[in-house]
Design a protein around this ligand. Structure first.
Ligand code: GDP
Length: 533
């Protein structure tokens, strides 16, 4: 008889089971910041959602570590918001968007167990949502959908569900259903039970929406046509079998859908409940050999992003590590799997935007901020006990390309060192080709912010001022030697070698140029990323 049978749940397993680690994926303006604040409000982290509305008022949630960040008033760093909700410990990882969209935005999705796809009721699926969704799909991250802004005019609920199913092949499974069309929200029905919650909005949405449970007969009498429409729609949903199916959700083929209005705190608590009830807790992560790492194995974690220059007075680096197994205790001396060297964790921190607090312990699903992390790279494993290593985080398809040149002919050495460093850290992808030579490498990024960060660091840290010359490419595919030979010299196409992994990237000026090449050479290898790398 093993000890495990006597004690079915080890403390680590029990702690892990309480964790829900997720990110919100959305297009700018869909309401991610508003939702984040509303979620935190429900967990009573922030006193009043009204107090942090507006970009300028978000200092508590966003971060302004870098000088550049302050100037632009944006958040480069993914803030991590950890809070307890009932028995659950919620880790909400921010996925920066807009101008601060970068490879880090994607890497965050390597560190979560679920994602909330936030849709604007008037707009449905938007480009950035689709990009982020693709990454979730390629990583097998299950997705819940929250249709936001139901307090103002938008599209029809069934039409939105149809769009999700048709465009991204995700079968919608409504958990709640709106009574009243977008712009005239009366309340939400629980699809599974038929329970109706009616809301009364308060001016400005500064406080929680007042919720009232109303029995069906009264709702039918008081809400009239809105009620009967919702009932008809629910009947239709039952007919097509849109009920919740956990297997399909976890397999990434179906998505629970909830409706609400983050600004008015409507449906937000319900979303938290759904996350706790439906979203998976931390699972066993496969190591490089494909062996699942048990949650209660000795400590292990991996770095999903490294942030430089967070403290202007020190050249510090903070690495954000996701715990995969075991109990983390501040002060532990871990092993850095890539080098076999010890890594001391005396200054481990919990990071929430600008605020850092000393962190004493962490469990699978938690995020630990490690300072003095100059040796750590995104994807690196840290562990206790026998060696374990997790697979690298894939590089993602760049969409922005620029030639970088040293602006000071006396600084070539610094320039090269800086480029090597940024490449190693995954700040930007560095591409080369025989045609262009090594004096002027090409930087490639998923968002232009990566160029700004690279330029800023080359100048401030390596004293190597540079010039950037944008290249007019926007699409990249992975090819092979044959592809490279075929495409050599063709117009609006160029082939590069990515320095970090030696992948051959064919880059195209436009999607239609890629299509024309495909038509002409149907057998050429042109794999999409991230799945193709
Ligand atoms: P983000 O860019 O995704 O972080 O979006 P924000 O949270 O900044 O929201 C964009 C705009 O939409 C802001 O003006 C918000 O006040 C507004 N907004 C967010 N959620 C709602 C909502 O539920 N209803 C309405 N009417 N407006 C909302």
């Amino acid at each position: 008889m093993t000890a495990a049978a006597d004690q079915p749940t080890s403390p680590v397993l029990a702690e892990a089971a309480r964790r829900r680690t997720f990110a919100v994926i959305s297009h700018p303006d869909a309401g991610k910041s508003t939702l984040t604040e509303a979620l935190a409000l429900h967990a009573e982290v922030i006193d009043s959602a009204g107090a942090v509305h507006g970009k300028s008022g978000r200092r508590g949630v966003t971060s302004d570590w870098m000088e550049m960040e302050r100037k632009r008033g944006i958040s480069i760093t993914s803030a991590v918001l950890e809070f307890t909700y009932g028995d659950a410990v919620i880790n909400l990882l921010d996925t920066p968007g807009h101008g601060d969209f970068s490879e880090d935005t994607y890497r965050v999705l390597a560190a979560v167990d679920a994602a909330v796809m936030l849709l604007d009721a008037a707009k449905g699926l938007e480009p950035q949502t689709l990009k982020l969704f693709d990454v979730c799909r390629s990583r097998g991250v299950p997705v819940l959908t929250f249709v936001n802004k139901w307090d103002r005019p938008g599209r029809e609920a069934l039409e939105l569900l149809d769009e999700v199913e048709q465009r991204i092949g995700l079968r919608p499974m409504p958990v709640t259903w709106p009574v009243g069309f977008a712009g005239d929200l009366r309340g939400l029905v629980e699809v599974a039970t038929g329970d109706f919650t009616r809301f009364r909005r308060t001016a400005g949405g500064a406080t929680r929406a007042e919720a009232e449970h109303v029995p069906a007969e009264r709702a039918a009498a008081e809400e009239g046509a809105a009620w009967s429409t919702a009932q008809d729609e629910l009947a239709l949903l039952t007919e097509i079998g849109a009920g919740f199916d956990e297997k399909d959700f976890l397999a990434g083929t179906a998505t629970p859908v909830l409706f609400g209005a983050a600004l008015s705190n409507i449906g937000v608590a319900r979303l938290l409940d759904a996350l706790v009830a439906l979203a998976p807790g931390p699972g066993e992560r496969d190591d490089v050999d494909g062996r699942p790492r048990p949650l209660d194995a000795p400590f292990s974690g991996f770095v999903f992003k490294v942030q430089a220059g967070m403290d202007p007075s020190h050249r510090d680096r903070m690495a954000f590590m996701r715990v995969c197994s075991g109990r983390f205790e501040r002060g532990m001396v871990l092993t850095h799997a890539a080098t076999g060297k010890p890594f001391a964790t005396k200054y481990a921190q919990a990071v929430f935007g600008q605020q850092r607090t000393t962190l004493d312990e962490a469990y699978p699903g938690d995020i630990v901020g490690l300072v003095n992390a100059g040796a750590l790279r995104p994807g690196d494993t840290l562990h206790d006990g026998p060696r374990v290593e997790f697979p690298p985080i894939p590089s993602f398809a760049p969409e922005h390309f620029a030639v970088v040149r040293s602006a000071d002919s006396g600084k070539h050495k610094q320039f090269r060192r800086g480029i090597d460093q940024l490449d190693g850290e995954g700040v930007v992808q560095v591409l080369r080709s025989d045609l262009r030579g090594d004096q002027a490498p090409v930087l490639a990024a998923v968002g232009p912010l990566q160029f700004e960060v690279a330029t800023h660091r080359l100048e401030s840290e390596f004293h190597a001022p540079v010039t950037l010359e944008p290249l007019g490419y926007s699409v990249a595919r992975v090819t092979d030697a044959e592809g490279a030979a075929t495409l050599q010299g063709q117009s609006e196409v160029e082939v590069f070698t990515r320095r970090s992994d030696g992948a051959l990237l064919a880059v195209f000026a436009h999607p239609w140029r890629l299509e024309s090449v495909r038509r002409r050479y149907p057998d050429l290898r042109l794999d999409a990323m991230p799945a193709g790398t």
